[in-house]
Write a protein that binds this ligand. Structure first.
Ligand code: DMJ
Length: 577
């Protein structure tokens, strides 16, 4: 009896000790992660300034930095895959990297440098130059950079500009937008890939363009129309998008390249990477930014087709748009944006599994090779380069903020360490020419500052996003989700109905990336912690994503309909497609 009496309090005490030590260790763990995030944020800030200051010292006002020789390149007129022989000779640079850095400066809280840069660009930038530029690249980098920075500069709440700001960036954006318009003057409304900023479309210009080249202009040109009240930009981009949509195959697939004069496909094989990627991205983001249901409907059908014909487990291969037959079994570095897009539409589980595959290839080489042969598990013989691309960091950022899983902090840390170890040089950050030897190349692309550093920074510190809804363009430039730009604001974006995420003691308003378009549901993580997850994610019962019965297939991310198991053993909306 006495032993029993004394045993009870000892047991209670033991429980108390265990639970106290658990509490201590979990809060210790929390503060360790918080400290890690701060440490990593500071490292990313250092990386950004190392790249930025070297650009400003050795390359500004030219386009991009050559970090090995500490010199510059005027690359804007050479961007893109489709080149003509006769490049302009008097092209003298457009301060491209400075324009691309504007929104990153704001996100990192450097209002002084932002104001200085806005002042310089307002006074010195001119598009009245005899320069043949790639429409897509110039749109996402220059127009997108200017429009986004204009919105940030004129946001009276933030007081980013202490002196006077008289919409100079918007004036520049409008001038550039006007110079784009001749490119759309084709029988199909599909724009030429290249346009001369001074003289319009050049004689003998190539009529070949890519799906992303003419299908991902709507965010920047739509924003320009909303800001200026001139509908021509949005109209031109939308007309091109609709024409492209009408060219889909009976399987709802698209090719990679096409002819703007005839509207015929040239390359029928495509995937979710080069030449197509941002087309899918802009359907979802245009829906979020402008609220039109049409964009969402297009995205839904396109997404289902991608999942049905390109997906193989967690990998995505390429397929012929006419037959759906697999063409290339290759992973490309550009595809790594896809998990981020899946988070945005609520397909968090599928995002998580494909992100892991990309990260495993990153870990294998230390960075992501441009192309990796899935069937041989090795790098492509000629596309061995890594030009400091942001896509894996971008998806990691989305996944961390949707799940708060510290695994993604570790991924971010691995990315930062690799970048510093392999690509940092005295004169900036150099691209990698060959991931098998880590031989460097003399080029620091502007998207390293616009995207790679920005997404890494936001992964570790998202205070810029607190209480606001932004959509990031494909070049990482933030555009705010505004009710006056909406035909009809989706539920999740109505301020009085904002979704809240409970974190520790405080309720924080979720930012754009955690407001998924599928209806959100609250997920109980235990210990009083809650997170938001979409009710519409794909639940794959088996780790290898194969299925035997319909019941194993869960619910489709975009339509919330039950999926079924195909004869080949994959889940999908087979009965409905
Ligand atoms: C960026 O210029 C954009 O993200 C574009 O959509 C494709 N990828 C490059 C960087 O990799």
């Amino acid at each position: 009896m006495p032993s029993r009496r004394s045993g009870t309090p000892a047991f209670v005490l033991l429980l108390l000790v265990i639970s106290l030590s658990f509490c201590t260790s979990s809060s210790e763990l929390d503060s360790r992660w918080a400290a890690k995030k701060l440490e990593m944020r500071d490292k990313v800030r250092e990386m950004f300034y190392h790249a930025y200051e070297n650009y400003m010292t050795y390359a500004f006002p030219h386009d991009e930095l050559k970090p090995l020789t500490k010199s510059y390149t005027d690359s804007l007129s050479e961007l893109g895959n489709l080149k003509l022989e006769h490049l302009p000779t008097d092209y003298s640079g457009s301060a491209l990297t400075l324009i691309e850095s504007l929104s990153s400066l704001v996100i990192m809280g450097n209002n002084t440098e932002f104001e200085r840069a806005v002042g310089w660009l307002s006074k010195n930038l001119s598009f009245d130059v005899d320069a043949r530029v790639n429409l897509f690249e110039c749109n996402i980098r220059v127009l997108g950079g200017l429009v986004s920075a204009h919105i940030l500069a004129s946001d009276s709440k933030n007081r980013l500009i202490q002196g006077s700001y008289d919409n100079e960036l918007l004036g520049l954006a409008e001038d550039l937008g006007r110079r784009f318009l001749p490119a759309f003057d084709t029988p199909t409304g599909l724009p030429y890939a290249w346009v001369n900023l001074k003289y319009g479309v050049m004689e003998g210009e190539t009529t070949e363009t890519s799906t992303s080249g003419c299908g991902s202009l709507i965010l920047e040109m739509g924003a320009l129309s909303r800001l200026t009240g001139d509908p021509r930009y949005e109209f031109a981009a939308l007309r091109a998008l609709r024409k492209l949509w009408s060219m889909r195959s009976s399987l709802n697939l698209f090719g990679t390249t096409l002819d703007v004069m005839t509207g015929e496909w040239i390359e029928h094989s495509s995937g979710i990477g080069a030449g197509v990627d941002s087309f899918y991205e802009y359907l979802v983001k245009a829906h979020i930014l402008f609220g039109k249901d049409d964009y969402w409907r297009m995205f839904q059908s396109a997404y289902l087709a991608v999942q049905k014909y390109f997906r193989h487990g967690s990998w995505y291969h390429e397929a012929d748009m006419r037959s759906g037959r697999a063409t290339y079994w290759q992973l490309t570095s550009l595809q790594a944006f896809w998990p981020g897009l899946q988070v945005l539409v609520g397909d968090v589980r599928a995002a998580n599994s494909s992100h892991r595959e990309f990260f495993s290839v990153w870990e294998k080489y230390g960075v992501l090779p441009e192309r990796y042969l899935l069937d041989y598990q090795t790098v492509h013989p000629t596309e061995k380069y890594y030009p400091l691309r942001p896509e894996l960091a971008e998806s990691t950022f989305y996944l961390y903020h949707a799940t708060k899983d510290p695994f993604y902090i570790e991924v971010g840390e691995a990315i930062v360490n690799s970048l510093n170890f392999y690509t940092k040089v005295e004169g900036g950050f150099a691209s990698i020419r060959d991931v098998t030897t880590m031989q460097r190349e003399d080029h620091q692309h502007s998207f390293f500052l616009a995207e790679t550093c920005k997404y890494l920074y936001l992964l570790f510190d998202d205070s810029f996003l607190a209480g606001r809804n932004y959509v990031f363009t494909t070049e990482g430039h933030p555009l705010p989700v505004l009710s006056d730009w909406h035909d009809r604001l989706p539920e999740a974006y109505i301020p009085s109905n904002w979704t809240y995420v409970k974190s520790r003691m405080s309720m924080e308003r979720a930012s754009a990336m955690s407001l998924q378009v599928c209806p959100a549901t609250s997920l109980n993580l235990g210990e009083g912690q809650q997170a938001i997850e979409s009710v519409c994610h794909v639940v794959d019962a088996r780790g290898d994503h194969r299925c035997l019965r319909d019941e194993e297939c869960g619910v489709d991310a975009t339509s919330c309909r039950s999926r079924s198991c195909s004869i080949a053993g994959y889940c999908g909306l087979w009965l409905l497609v």
